[in-house]
Design a protein. Structure first.
Length: 569
């Protein structure tokens, strides 16, 4: 549930901090007081679109922060884990959104920066906002099927997952079939090209890192003369230059005076002897290395030819030898596809037919489950509509599908199966059922939506529902029925309603007043939770308009008393 909401510098709101509770909340106030701004703030919190003109005039940025208290098993934690957002299910979930006056936006969840897309994915698990002019989902048939599947329960959803996996595989096989068939005209030319490329690369007999070894070998052969000169000179310095002889004579001289100062002489003699042996060994190695150096122009030419050939292959097929070998493997696969085109086509067709059979079977099973779910959902919604003062309403979830005995070439499979769901309604006896977008008025649409949310509140696990003036266009007993339904719905989740109807306001568990005021030539909006006397006064205003009399106050008290009785029944 939404526990706290803080807003700063959003439209006419300078600063508002509100604490919310369990149950049914109403927000009331005079027209233009800024009630919709609270909804705008919550919409931004859950990933709604923002703009620079929403920032309060003269301010650098608008800031919104919401705190949610959620059970450990709530699906939003799984979503956070999927998105890589840090969380502790035993702590509050905190979402912060900022809008700058330059149009920039930033969002944080538990202090971690997230994108708007991530925020929207998180927000859809937290808040559901419905308004009088936001019933598009009720008019979209794809949403109807989605709601029906959700209502159908685990068995239907499990079958849907199975079908989706098979359908995705079927789409992939059909795409492969199209690719093979579409490329048939180019196959002969491509086959010749592939064969040439395979022969060219294969005949090179490339080895990984071969080019690096060849480069090193080329350097050795190119600079054989320089190596010979340097090594010969170093060897001469050690032997012909009397280097070793000088060390030997130095050791002999020190041995002559060793007995006079052994503490100094012994370590020095040991160092010189070690240096003599190391220098002698180095001289022998230099001699052997010198004797191994050869100037071999033919070997150099062979290395350079090999490198030229490898570099030529690199220019055609890849930057490195592993890239060239990978290209060779892929080209062999493509060649085999063409050479074995007929076998490949037959194999793909067999796969397609097997998948079609499996997909049709699952689609029919899915359709049957949907039919049962449609009957149950239609019955449940009609029951809810009767409670909402639509006793003559007939509601039907109509499934359009192909006949059971038809084959797949006449059944149109799609990503969701073989069905299209349409919500049908008639509100008057004797009138035929028609799609919602062709029959329902604004007030009827509000009640249908409320009926749906009453049924789906526990299924979709969205903890906070917000109804933005969905009671517009209704009055009298229908308004009372909507109020009672919202109150009952609040037992399953946290419910907010922005309303102008006292029948709805009096049924709330918590009543908030939105008030606009002008101070120092600036307009600002405040939000305050009303206690009993203040609540009576606000209800009286809603009943009587500008003039609040004792009669309207008395009427407001009666409405509250009756609401308490209804909620306790």
């Amino acid at each position: 549930m939404l526990r706290e909401l803080s807003i700063r510098n959003l439209a006419v709101i300078e600063e508002v901090n509100v604490t919310f509770h369990h149950g049914f909340h109403v927000l009331t106030g005079e027209t233009g007081a800024g009630k919709s701004i609270l909804i705008d703030a919550l919409s931004l919190i859950v990933g709604g679109r923002g703009s620079a003109d929403m920032v309060r005039y003269g301010c650098d940025k608008a800031e919104m922060e919401a705190m949610f208290d959620l059970p450990q098993q709530h699906p939003v934690w799984k979503q956070l884990n999927h998105l890589g957002v840090q969380y502790d299910p035993q702590e509050m979930l905190v979402i912060r959104r900022e809008l700058s006056s330059h149009g920039k936006s930033s969002s944080r969840v538990n202090g971690q920066l997230v994108t708007i897309t991530m925020l929207r994915d998180i927000g859809e698990h937290l808040v559901n906002i419905h308004g009088q002019h936001e019933h598009q989902s009720l008019l979209r048939t794809d949403k109807h099927l989605e709601w029906l599947d959700l209502f159908g329960g685990d068995l239907l959803l499990d079958r849907k997952v199975q079908y989706s996996a098979v359908y995705r595989e079927l789409v992939g096989v059909r795409q492969a079939l199209r690719d093979v068939e579409d490329h048939s005209r180019q196959n002969v030319q491509m086959l010749d090209l592939y064969r040439f490329q395979i022969e060219e690369i294969s005949s090179a007999n490339l080895k990984p890192s071969e080019d690096e070894s060849l480069e090193e070998e080329r350097r050795k052969l190119q600079y054989a003369g320089k190596r010979m000169d340097a090594v010969s000179e170093a060897y001469s310095l050690l032997y012909a230059g009397k280097g070793l002889d000088a060390l030997s004579r130095a050791i002999t001289k020190l041995n002559d005076i060793q007995s006079y100062d052994q503490s100094v002489m012994n370590p020095l003699i040991e160092q010189l002897q070690s240096a003599f042996y190391q220098a002698e060994d180095a001289a022998f190695q230099l001699r052997d290395y010198r004797d191994s150096i050869e100037s071999d122009p033919e070997a150099l030419a062979m290395v350079e030819d090999r490198l030229d050939m490898i570099n030529g292959l690199k220019r055609k097929y890849g930057e490195t030898i592993p890239d060239i070998l990978a290209y060779l493997e892929q080209t062999i696969v493509e060649r085999d596809k063409i050479e074995n085109r007929d076998e490949l086509l037959e194999d793909l067709k067999r796969q397609e037919q097997a998948l079609v059979t499996q997909a049709v079977k699952l689609a029919k099973e899915l359709s049957q489950l949907r039919q049962h779910a449609a009957e149950r959902l239609s019955y449940a919604i009609e029951g809810e509509l009767k409670q909402l003062q639509m006793p003559a309403a007939k509601f039907q979830v109509k499934l359009d599908r192909s006949a059971e005995d038809e084959l797949d070439d006449r059944i149109k499979l799609n990503a969701t199966g073989m069905d299209e769901a349409v919500f049908m309604l008639t509100t008057n006896p004797g009138e035929p059922l028609k799609p919602l977008n062709k029959i329902a008025s604004g007030g009827e649409m509000s009640r249908i939506m409320l009926a749906l949310k009453s049924i789906f509140a526990e299924i979709d696990q969205i903890p906070t529902l917000i109804f933005d003036e969905v009671d517009t266009g209704v009055s009298g007993r229908a308004a009372q029925a909507i109020a009672e339904k919202m109150s009952a719905l609040a037992a399953k989740c946290q419910v907010f309603s922005i309303t102008h109807l006292p029948q709805v306001a009096c049924m709330s568990d918590h009543h908030y007043e939105i008030r606009k005021q002008v101070q120092h030539n600036r307009t600002s909006t405040s939000v305050s939770e009303l206690l009993h006397p203040e609540r009576i006064q606000e209800l009286a205003r809603m009943l009587g308009g500008v003039e609040v009399t004792e009669k309207t106050r008395h009427h407001a008290q009666e409405m509250l008393d009756l609401a308490i009785t209804l909620k306790g029944a």
